[in-house]
Ligand binder design. Sequence first.
Ligand code: NAP
Length: 320
Amino acid sequence: MKAIRVSQTGGPEVLQHCDSPDPHPRDGQVLVRVHAIGVNPVETYIRSGKYGILPNLPYTPGSDAAGIVQAVGKGVTRVSVGSRVYTAGTLTGAYAQFALCTEKQVHPLPENVPFEEGAAVNIPYATAYRALFQRARAAAGEFVLIHGASGGVGVAATQIARAGGLCVIGTAGSERGRKMVLEQGAHHVVDHQVPGYLNKIMALTENRGADVILEMLANANLGRDLTVLARGGRVVIIGSRGTVEINPRDAMSREAAILGMVLFNTPENDLASVHAALVAGLENGTLRPVIGQRIPLAEASRAHQAVMEPGAYGKIVLLP
Ligand code: NAP
C-alpha cells in the first residue's frame, strides 16, 4: 500500500509518500480500507518533534480516517467486512491506504455521512463534546463562547452546542469563516482580530457573561476570557501555543473554573459515551463536518502547511 512515512522529525517535507507493507489483522483487530483522512494540528506538533509523547521512528501519522472494513481478526463482533466506519485512533497510522485498528477504535459511520465527513469526526468532535459536557458540564440555556469557531474543533463545538440548546457565540478571524460559523448554528459571531472584540460579549449575553468558554488559543485569550465569564463560569483550555498572564482575582470574584483537557487522557468509559453521542448526532443530521480543503495523500506536506495557516474553514482532509 501507499502510506506517508516519517523517518526523522522536522518540517512538512519529512512527510514522505512511500510503499509500505499491507497490514493484516490479528485477533481483535480490524483492517480499514481508508477513503479519507482528517488532518489535525497535533499531527504537525508530533511531526516536528515538539510534543509531550512522540512515536518511535519511522512512523505513519494520523488517527482519524473513514472507510470500509476490509478484513477482521478472530473475536471481532461489532463490525464485519464491508461495514462503513470512522476511526478514533489506529495501530498503524491513518495517513495510508489501509489502517489497522483495535475493535474499540472503529465506530459505525451512518450511510448518510460521506467518508470525507467521517474522516473529520474523531479528534474535533470528540474534543468538542468532552469539553462542553464532560469538562464544563454545559447545560441547555447557558451561553457558550467558542473561541476559534471556524476551525475543526470550533465547527464541531458550534454544532454540538446548538443541538444541545445552548446560546452560541463563535469567533473567527476571516469574513468567510464568520459567515460559515453562523451557517453552522452560532447565534452570534465576532472577529477575534479586532481589538476589544470581547467587549461585545457582555451585551450579547444580556450582561451576564459567558457561562462556558471553549478556548482554542489560550495563550492569546485566557486573561481576557476571565473578564467576560459569568458567575460560576467555566473556561476549558483546548488549545494553547505559549504562556499567558492572568489576574487570578477575575476568577475569584466570579468563582470561575479553569479546566484543562487533552483528548488522549479521556477515560475509556467517557470515550465510549462520547462516541455514542457522536454517532447519534451523525445519524440524526445535527452533526455535519464542514470540509474546507481536499488534498491528495501524496501531498500531505501541503496539508500540514495549510492547517497551521490563519483563515480556518472547517477541516482539511487527505484523499488516498
Ligand atoms: P484549526 O482547524 O487549525 O483551527 C484553529 C482555530 O483557531 C481557527 O478557528 C482560528 O480562527 C482560531 N484562532 C486563530 N487565532 C485565534 C485567536 N487569536 N483567538 C481565538 N481563536 C483563534 O485547529 P483545530 O483542530 O480546531 O484545533 C484548535 C486548537 O486546539 C489547536 O491548537 C489544537 O492543537 C488544539 N486541540 C487540542 C485538543 C485537546 O485534546 N486538548 C484536541 C484538538 C485540538 P481563524 O483561522 O478564523 O483566525
